[in-house]
Design a binder for this molecule. Structure first.
Ligand code: PEP
Length: 256
């Protein structure tokens, strides 16, 4: 089901896992189990090298494709990088931008992330902008300030008309891949703050933006998280690598 005007989105971030053929095997398993759940948006974000094979595998399904990163320029001398045009040619709908692993290991700044968000929207890709605080920042009571800065700086220059195409993912860094999840109330508090900031930026159009929770979301904790008024789905790491757990998450969103 949907929350008012927002349809749940369950998006799998495969990170640096799955070869091209392993990706197809996983897609085929997901397709077998997914049935006709048109009321839940489903996306997978394989590594670049599995995009083409997975694009073919999802063709006859309601699974959409996303990438995990991109360069903001359309083409040029940027060795090792991939452009939004290239992602569109692979039939990507979404692109994850500003994941905490990119921020931490590749030193991506809010300004660079903002360039990517704008470039994605200009190229008709839907950015999934990731924001979230570290454990240190949470313990220093800086969560709202950190998340607000990442959000506002990441969305500079984005117009209210683009909100249909925008997804935000709140991913507390201390909960990613650690098995620790924010309690539903902790997550909702931050999601509500994000919604309020989006309203300050875009007015009523903010109601259209899906805000996903990410950080050790799994079938055991998804229901309570998805019950929160401002949690519109999940960005799923570990639990997206197995068809069984990913399908269970889709089923939980479907049952709402
Ligand atoms: C992620 O990296 O986006 C993520 C949420 O990972 P996990 O579900 O494994 O914590």
């Amino acid at each position: 089901m949907a929350k008012t005007i927002r349809k749940y989105l369950i998006a799998g971030n495969w990170k640096m896992n799955k070869t091209a053929s392993e990706g197809v095997d996983l897609v085929n398993e997901i397709k077998l189990g997914i049935g006709q759940k048109m009321d839940v948006g489903v996306a997978i974000c394989p590594p670049y090298t599995a995009l083409e094979s997975c694009a073919k595998a999802v063709e006859d399904s309601n699974i959409q494709l996303g990438a995990q990163n991109m360069h903001p320029k359309l083409e040029g001398a940027y060795t090792g990088e991939v452009s939004p045009v290239m992602l569109r040619s692979m039939f990507c709908t979404f692109v994850i931008i500003g994941h905490s692993e990119r921020r931490e290991y590749f030193k991506e700044s809010d300004a660079f992330i903002n360039e990517k968000v704008l470039a994605a929207l200009e190229s008709s890709l839907k950015p999934i902008l990731c924001v979230g605080e570290s454990l240190e920042q949470r313990e220093a009571n800086a969560t709202f300030e950190v998340v607000k800065t990442q959000l506002v700086d990441g969305l500079k220059g984005v117009t209210a008309e683009a909100t249909d195409h925008l997804v935000v993912a709140y991913e507390p860094v201390w909960a990613i891949g650690t098995g620790k999840t924010a309690t539903p109330e902790m997550a909702q508090d931050v999601h509500k703050m994000i919604r309020d900031e989006l309203t300050a930026l875009f007015g009523e159009a903010a109601d259209k933006v899906r805000i996903l929770y990410g950080g050790s979301m799994k079938p055991e904790n998804a229901s309570e998280l998805l019950n929160q008024p401002d949690i519109d789905g999940g960005l799923i790491g570990g639990a997206a690598l197995k068809a069984k757990s990913f399908l269970e998450l889709i089923e939980i969103a479907h049952s709402k």
